[in-house]
Design a protein around this ligand. Structure first.
Ligand code: HEM
Ligand SMILES: [Cu+2]
Length: 554
């Protein structure tokens, strides 16, 4: 088997550079830390997914199916908490971002490699505390930990919230590291507007991580103080105010949905340009809209509280501000579509995920308008409409982009290609399964099926059955996707340096990259100048066209 040009699988690379488990556990290499995050985060997704399937099985019938009501409450709490705090918030920045960010900058590592390793171990500590809370009487408050229930239930709220508190620090440190890296490690020729859009996405995310996450930390500490010491902050019996908790909680958790979606949008910008083989359209608008979204995200938290008794004026203002988010989001979508228009769209696996994202996130975003409008939200709040809406945005948006990014950077991370046909089948089943699961939830939600209910009226049973069947199709899709990636690890063709023809710097080093990322310092040019890359049969991938030799190398 001829080894393609740019493949370093059988020579020196970051994976072969040092051996033994210590070389992993104490590594300061951002690529290895990224890989450790990736494995841990995928394990969390598996755990959350198992909880999801158990929830869906329970909801197969209107009465008890497989578990009692208390267990059910714990299941949806654990599902939500695992998916949010362990999987989707750290997902793209910590796993993919850690691996890709320094490479895209042409740098050797992030600005603070030790802090990076600390972030990872904080994540592990938080995850362990969350697991402890499962063993010691799982939490049943919902992932939102609303008071006064969370201060009175006798389940292990303290270890779970302490876990979330520590995970918050992991997130803050990652954000800090990325901001400093982007400011300090950008090569002189990479001006702000020559930066890949994935980095703009991570930059916007990092701002929110640093500014919003401490509020969650303080809120959870106050909750712990109230439970452990009886300080009256949220409990009316002690002179506190439960609605205050909701304000604090959503002041973090709304921006947190942009911690989830901004890096996802960054991934999509890369995928859409690469697989349309076309320069990204409206670069500056996409870049600036990331910052606009980051800023607006701080001003809309009250849309989660329209029925909490906050004043009508406050609700009105929050509603108007919520609609503002649609503008920068739509700016991105229009620019992606314009990039594809007249491009040579190649339906490789990562692009299938990107197209899924456009469709699913489109539905998620547009249904958000019904929830942002006061009159319709009062009817829809706390129904399955909300459950469907946030799954379309978080799962259909962020998680799908995460998997698109994983299939995109996989050859770079592992040095191996995967089987396209099977990978496409997985992506296709995930798309079908996803819509089957969650479209049905929009319908029953609009008809009044409440969220978090164990028993329900028999008239909703057909929708629940469809949704459960969809969840299993979805699971089969993921099993196939996982099988494809595992198979490639052992039997995949060696990957070329640049299998897709992308122009960002991470493709200008071998697959997998050497320990120090680049043999010789690459010179960044326009990150979307994809025309300079031509397919070379012998290399099995893309190489620089001779005429465009200035600025890059293979
Ligand atoms: C196999 C895929 C999934 C299925 C079938 C599924 C299903 C469900 C169901 C049935 C609920 C319970 C709703 C309720 O009782 O109110 C739920 C809640 C939730 N899910 Fe998922 N989910 C899946 C994947 C995900 C993913 C990938 C995420 C995150 C990105 C996620 C985040 C959440 C959250 C935050 C809740 C709210 C829990 C709460 O109400 O406290 N889910 N999900
Ligand atoms: Cu919100």
């Amino acid at each position: 088997m001829a080894v393609p040009v740019g493949n370093a699988l059988f020579g020196d690379n970051y994976l072969s550079h040092a051996k033994g488990w210590k070389s992993w556990l104490f590594t300061l290499d951002h690529k290895r830390i990224g890989v450790m995050y990736l494995v841990s985060i995928l394990a969390s997704f598996l755990l959350g997914g198992v909880f999801a399937l158990l929830i869906r099985m329970e909801l197969w019938t209107p009465q008890r199916t497989i578990m009692d009501a208390n267990t059910y409450n714990q299941m949806f709490t654990l599902h939500g908490a695992a998916m949010i705090f362990l999987f989707i918030i750290p997902g793209i920045p910590a796993a993919l971002g850690n691996f890709v960010l320094p490479l895209m900058l042409g740098a050797k590592d992030v600005a603070f490699p030790r802090l990076n390793l600390l972030s990872y171990y904080l994540w592990v500590a938080g995850a362990v505390l969350a697991l402890v809370s499962i063993v010691t009487g799982a939490v049943d408050t919902g992932w939102t930990f609303y008071t006064p229930y969370s201060t009175t239930t006798n389940t292990s709220v303290i270890s779970m919230t302490l876990g979330a508190f520590i995970l918050g620090f992991s997130s803050i440190f990652t954000g800090l590291n990325f901001i400093v890296s982007i400011h300090k490690l950008r090569p002189p020729t990479m001006t702000w507007f020559k930066m890949p859009l994935f980095l703009w996405g991570l930059y916007g995310t990092a701002i929110i991580q640093i500014l919003a996450t401490p509020v969650l930390g303080i809120t959870l500490l106050l909750l712990i103080a109230e439970r452990a010491l009886g300080v009256g902050i949220f409990d009316p019996a002690l002179g506190g105010d439960p609605v205050l908790f909701q304000h604090f909680f959503w002041f973090y958790s709304h921006p947190a949905v942009y911690i989830m979606i901004l890096p996802a949008m960054g991934v999509i910008s890369e995928l859409v340009s690469t697989f349309s083989h076309r320069h990204i359209f409206g670069y500056r608008f996409i870049a600036m809209s990331s910052i606009a979204i980051a800023v607006i995200s701080f001003l809309v938290w009250g849309h989660h509280m329209f029925v909490s008794g906050q004043s009508n004026l406050a609700s009105l203002i929050f509603s108007i501000l919520t609609f503002l988010v649609a503008i920068p989001s739509a700016v991105k979508v229009f620019n992606w579509v314009a990039t594809m228009y007249k491009g040579e769209v190649e339906l490789a696996t990562p692009m299938l995920y990107a197209l899924s994202f456009l469709f699913l996130f489109g539905i998620g975003g547009l249904t958000g308008l019904f929830l942002g409008a006061l009159a319709t939200d009062v009817h829809l709040t706390d129904t399955y409409f909300v459950v469907a809406h946030f799954h379309y945005t978080m799962f259909g948006g962020t998680a799908i982009a995460f998997f698109g990014g994983l299939f995109y950077w996989w050859p770079k991370i592992t040095g191996r290609m995967y089987r396209e046909a099977w990978a496409k089948l997985g992506a296709f089943l995930i798309f079908i399964g996803f819509n089957t699961t969650f479209l049905a939830q929009f319908i029953m939600g609009a008809q009044g099926m409440p969220r978090r209910y164990y028993n329900y009226l028999p008239e909703f049973a057909p929708y629940h059955k469809v949704s459960t069947i969809g969840a299993f199709i979805l699971a089969i899709g993921f099993v196939i996707a996982a099988g494809v990636l595992l198979h490639s690890l052992f039997a995949g063709e060696p990957a070329p340096a640049n299998p897709w023809g992308a122009a960002t710097l991470e493709w200008q080093t071998t697959s997998p990259p050497p320990h120090d990322n680049f043999e010789t310092q690459p010179i960044p040019g326009d990150p979307y100048d994809v025309d300079r890359w031509v397919f070379d049969r012998e290399a099995g991938g893309y190489v620089l066209a001779p005429s465009g030799a200035a600025g890059g190398r293979v």
